[in-house]
Structure formats: C-alpha cells, structure tokens
Design a protein around this ligand. Sequence first.
Ligand code: GLC
Length: 530
Amino acid sequence: MTPETARWWQRGIVYQIYPRSFQDANGDGVGDLRGIIQRLDYLRWLGVDAIWLSPIYPSPMKDFGYDVADYTGIHPLFGDMADFDRLLDEAHRRDLKVILDFVPNHSSDRHPWFLASRSSRDDPRRDWYIWRDPGLEGGPPNNWLSVFGGSAWEWDEATGQYYYHAFLKEQPDLNWRNPELRRAMHDVLRFWLARGVDGFRVDVIYHLIKDDQFRDNPLNADWRPGQDPFARVIPFYTTDRPEVQDVVRELRAVIDEFPDRLLIGEISLPIERLVAYYGADLDGAHLPFNFQLIDTPWHARTIDFLVREYERHLPPGGWPNWVLGNHDKPRIASRVGRGQARVAALLLLTLRGTPTLYCGDEIGMTDVPIPPDRVQDPFEKNVPGLGLGRDPQRTPMQWEAGPGAGFTAGDPWLPIAADADRVNVAAQRGDPGSLMSFYRELIALRTREPAFSVGTFRVIEAAGDVLAYERRHGGRAFAVAMNLGGEPHAAELQAGRVVLSTEGGRAGEAVGGAVALRGGEGLVVALDGA
Ligand code: GLC
C-alpha cells in the first residue's frame, strides 16, 4: 500500500459527532446541524478528515435518535433538509467527508411501517417486523432478552402476537429476512448516497438476522445478580447468525453503486468473530469497528497482545481500525485517567489502522456525574444503578468558559461538566502545552508522514508499563514509545531524534539506547538512517 493507492478512509481520521451535544445554534439546549456547520472550521483546524454524525432523523427520541421514525428525513430539532444539504456542501468544500449513522436493525414504533405492521395480521407490512405467537405455556415465545433489560418480546393486544425488540420496546426489530424490507432499506441508502453522503456507520449490524427457528439462547453460567441483566443469556441465536453475512454483502453492493463510499459496521464481538464482517471476499464492511481498546486493561502486554491478535486475524487485504471512545462507553480520560489521556491519543493515532475519535476526547472531557432527576438515557432508567447509563459521556461539548460553555445560549439537555470553565476548546487552543494542541500536532504528524497511515508496524518492546513499536514506510521509520504507568521507566530505542512528545519540550532531542520516559509520557522518534 502507498499513500497514492490508499483510499481516503485508509489514510484519514474519523471524528464522531454526537449531534445533540456538539453545538446548539438556536438556543433550545440541543445541538443542531447549523451548529455543526459553525464548527466545521474547528474540525478542519484540528485536522480530521471525516465526520460521522450519530442519527439526525425524525425520531420520538426514546433512544435519542436510534429510534428512527423516517429514514429519509431530518428531525426538526436538528434542522431541515436544506440545512443538511448545506452541511454536506460546507463540509465537502473543506475536504471533510460526511458519514451518516444508519440504523437498520430496528425502527421507532412510530415509523409508518410499524404502524402498518401492527395494524393487522394481514397487513402487507406485517412481515417487515418479527411477530410470534406466545410460547407453549403462554407468555413470551422464548427466552430472548432486550439489551436494555427485560424480555425482548412485547405483547400486542390488538393482533394477539408478540413482537421482538432487541433494544427498547419502542424500537421493534425489522425483519431482514423479508426481501421487500431489504429493498426498501437499500433505497434508503441510495437516497443519501445520491445526495452526496460519503458513507455509513451501520448500527448493530451483527444483530440484523435472528434464528429462524427462534431457539432459546443458552444461559450464561458466569452471570451473577447485580451484573448487566442482558448477560444472563449468551446471545447465540439473536446475533452474529451466519445468514447476516449475505445482508452485509448486499449493503456493501449498494454502497459500491456509488464511487468511493465507505461502509463501517458497529460490531461488539470478539476479534475472531469481528473479522468475518470484512466479508469472505472483502465484500462486507470496509471497516468493522474494532472496540478492543475500549475494554482493554491499560497494560503494555495486554495491548500488545490484542494488537497481535487483531493483526493475526485480519483477512488478507482487510484494513484495520481502532476506536478509543464513543457515545456508548465511558470516556477515555475517565477510564485511564487524565494522566494517560495523551498516551491514549498517541496510541490511537499511531497504531496501524483508521482511527475514530469521539468528540470532546481531544480536550480530555471526562464522564459527567448526572443527578438522578436529570437522567435521560433509557438504559439507565431501565437498569438503574449498575453504571450502564450513557449520559455521562454524552454531555455538551465544552467550547469556552461561561454558563453554556459556548454550546448553548439556553438550558442544555444534559448538564455541562463542572470543569468546563477550565477544560474547553478556547482555553486549550491558546495553550501549546494542552491536550488539544497535542492532538492537533499528532494528527498533523500522522497526516504528513505516510509511515503512520500506510506503513508497516512492528512491536519493539512490551513489558511492564512500556509499550514501544515502529512504523516504517518508504525509507522513513519512527519509533513510538509510551509509558502506560505513573512511574518513570526507560524504553530501549534505536538512535534518532524526538519529533513529538506528550509533555512538549523534547522535540529535537537526540535519543538512543535507554530512553527515559516519565509517568504517562510518550514520544515519537524519527529513527536515524532508516
Ligand atoms: C448502538 C448505538 C446505541 C443504541 C443502540 C440501539 O449500540 O450505538 O447508542 O442505543 O445501538 O440502536
């Protein structure tokens, strides 16, 4: 691979925007499309190449947009189609790609398709959703559970059957075994692709097909009360079914009707299952999201191990990718601590594979404690107190000091972090030693040096708290060394010159042999005579 043959999503960096919390232009306390347009220059300045927007479609917002009531519209909260077209245009003028969230596993229960489906057993749309008679002893057809707690089956009095919902009961699952439904969804993709959208992140793509015999899921013998109730069963018959690969292949074929578009799949599966989603002939998702860094314990050897496992399982020609955070998981600065936030950034942006970063992580936003009366997330409401709620990582972007943090002139839909007056874009922009300045330098380095995007990857050292690896391309080589602990350590490196350091100040330093690293410090070294 060379920089010339690499596709934009192989060279580029993806930035996830959570639209409700990014920028509010009309003062209603919720972010919107015009707000995003106002911040495009910031994103260009930061240096990312693509933005992925969490759902912006009409929705009753039971799951904050992941319950879609119209796949080809814009929710008035966010603006209208003219705003969207302008966003697309303004982004493209700045050389930023736009990726939409596509939520095909379920619709809102207010979607006209579901209203038709539940209207009668004979409705032509009945089979677009998953309907079943009660089990033999009455009650739900089987033991399938909802990710958000309780049975995945909801009784419909009027037509005397249950419907299946992998998430909320207001999110009935669509039936991807039905060819008409498939065609309708393909047309949804075409609608946006024809408007100029550059790709999709497909929500829970591995959920799309369920067992056609509706067999009970196996019980999880390791589950204990007090743990995530969904983990009581192993979702063997409800996710990652073999037939889902055909569905993915068809989605990809639609994407390929248009030049240079991208298909990302959201998949929470172990590495060996995840890689199946590249497709048997690389005809599946371009990037099955790799969430390994989100759940990994922060140790050099563990990270080394998972990088190796990932590389070992990648199909030939399959392009790797890494994700450090998103709107569903605790923020990286909370998971590893602010002292490791730079090391985490260094890792994300120098590993081999497309990086996706989550809005706000570049300034080190942490999870915001949500008082009980301000909880919004239905997950927290259904399964309270287990720490599963996702509001803490969805709070408004901190742009500047002041009451609305530059996010809103109104009342924000979720509380703004208590430290927003200190931790914000404006403050960090003026500070060359800030985390955000570090992100920007790192992004610039990655963009300028093909070794980091298309280069080879080799681990130099992974022991204790020290992780070091080499990236190499076309006669240029770099060592990346980091200290994942709080105590000083040394990394054994070839001779070279520091080009970037987490602490600043070391750029230009000649190093070689045992290179001292302070706690939480990371370095990028351009190796001599590479
Ligand atoms: C995905 C989304 C999450 C949503 C769920 C149901 O995991 O990222 O936010 O709640 O799917 O659509």
